[in-house]
Structure formats: structure tokens, C-alpha cells
Design a binder for this molecule. Structure first.
Ligand code: 13P
Length: 252
């Protein structure tokens, strides 16, 4: 079977609601032309404006994180029912910046993942090794551990709402992209790991993206790899012209 490509933007801590609406208006034409699924994950406060701006287009809107509890004394957090109430369909979980700067662990990634899935959200689950881990030759070990813990308790049915993003930490925001071969090698390993957990058929259907300095120049080559089913894009998703090139590359 041939998997659909999913191109997702991760805006990180950028854009006001007004800027978000403007950016989405600029991205819309290219998104609607693309055969790929298009998702934009935006800061919490931008969500209402983004949902409004994306109305009538094929752009799906996502959050950048979600708490595992439904409500309670968790200052600064946002729950899955809150995202449901707005009409948000996607959420990023386990981004390396959350792991690096905000104490995210494999255990909390699992808690967020299962809670998001229980509330019908599609999870963009991020995994990836640091440069040090790559140099130590433990990339596959790290990825397997991150993946197995994150997916613990996730049923085969719920897995259909999980998109996995391979994001090597050393390639994020550094301009240093994994080669197409490196990206495909790890993406294939991710698919094999999913196969070991859920069987080959489920693994064949799972969308595995690449993320890390994907841009207008390198997207076509990365997206042409057999196990690269799309991209999770930071910097270039804030530049409509560049993002349009990536969306076009994903349509081939
Ligand atoms: P960059 O595309 O800016 O490297 O960011 C990638 C990323 O972290 C997407 O989640």
C-alpha cells in the first residue's frame, strides 16, 4: 500500500493570534493544492484564531503539547478536553525541546500520548537521538526505548491515530539536516519497531515523518525516501513560500 504523506508545521513559540491568521491565509492556497495532509501546530493562544483562519481549507490545526489529566491543579497546563472543546484535532507530544528544557520524560510522554488518544486527538509523537547518542552508536537503542515507552498501553486501534516523527535532536534548528539515507534508515527502524509491537500490517500503515531542518531545498529528496511519509517542520513552516515548496514536494 502507499501511505499518504502528512506535512506538519510546528510553529513553536512564534506568532501572535493576528500573525497566525495572516500566516494561515498565506499558506492556504498551497495546502489546498497539495495531495498531502497538512497540519499546523501552533501556540495555545493562537488556536482559536488558527481554527477560524483554517476553516474551509484542508489545513488541520494542532497544539504543541497536552497534559494527561482532564483538569486540576496543574498551573500553566492545558488538557485534552480543553483542546476538544476548541475543535483541535492534533497535538505534538514528546518534542525534544520539551524533553530538553521542560523535564519531559518517556513516562510523561506516554501519559500525554494515552490521554490525547483517549480524547480522540491525533498524536504527533516525536522521538530522536542527541548528537552524543548518535556518536556513541546508540541511536537505535534510544529510539526503541522512546517508542516502546511512549506506546505502552496504546491499543492497535488507537495506534491509527498516532503519527511518529523522527526528529534527530542534532538536526533541529541547526541547519544540519540528516541525509536522506540517515533519515530513511531510522524511519525504517521505527517502522520495524512498530511491526514488532503491533504486527507488519499496522506498521505498513503507520505514518513516520522526518523533522529537523527540513526546508525548501532538501524536502524533495527526504520525502522521496520509501520510509519518509512526511515532515514535521519548524523554521520553514513560518515561511509560506518555503512551506509551499515542501507541500509541493510532498505531492509527487
Ligand atoms: P526545524 O525545522 O526548525 O529544524 O525544527 C524542526 C522541529 O523541531 C519540528 O518539530
Amino acid at each position: 500500500m502507499s501511505r499518504k504523506k502528512v506535512i506538519a508545521g510546528n510553529w513553536k513559540m512564534n506568532t501572535t493570534p493576528e500573525e497566525a491568521a495572516k500566516l494561515i491565509a498565506e499558506i492556504k492556497p498551497a495546502a489546498d493544492k497539495s495531495t498531502a495532509d497538512v497540519v499546523l501546530c501552533v501556540p495555545y493562544i493562537d488556536l482559536p484564531a488558527a481554527l477560524e483562519a483554517a476553516k474551509g481549507s484542508k489545513i488541520g490545526i494542532g497544539a504543541e503539547n497536552v497534559h494527561w489529566a482532564e483538569n486540576g491543579a496543574y498551573t500553566g497546563e492545558i488538557s485534552a478536553p480543553m483542546l476538544n472543546a476548541l475543535g483541535v484535532k492534533y497535538v505534538i507530544v514528546g518534542h525534544s525541546e520539551r524533553r530538553q528544557y521542560f523535564g519531559e520524560t518517556d513516562i510523561t510522554v506516554n501519559k500525554r500520548t494515552t490521554a490525547a488518544l483517549a480524547h480522540g486527538l491525533t498524536v504527533l509523537l516525536c522521538v530522536g537521538e542527541t548528537l552524543e547518542q548518535r556518536e556513541q552508536g546508540i541511536t537505535f537503542d534510544v529510539i526503541a526505548i522512546q517508542l516502546k515507552i511512549a506506546l505502552s498501553g496504546v491499543s492497535a486501534e488507537a495506534l491509527k491515530n498516532v503519527i511518529i516523527a523522527y526528529e534527530p535532536v542534532w538536526a533541529i534548528g541547526t541547519g544540519k539536516t540528516a541525509t536522506a539515507e540517515q533519515a530513511n534508515e531510522v524511519n525504517k527502524f521505527i517502522r520495524d519497531t512498530v511491526a514488532s509491537l503491533y504486527g507488519a500490517a499496522a506498521a505498513e500503515e503507520t505514518i513516520v515523518q522526518y523533522g529537523g531542518s527540513m526546508n525548501a531545498k532538501n524536502a524533495a529528496e527526504l520525502l522521496a525516501q520509501p520510509d519518509v511519509d512526511g515532515g514535521l517542520i519548524g523554521g520553514a513552516s513560518l515561511k509560506p513560500a518555503d512551506f509551499a515548496v515542501i507541500l509541493e514536494a510532498a505531492s509527487k
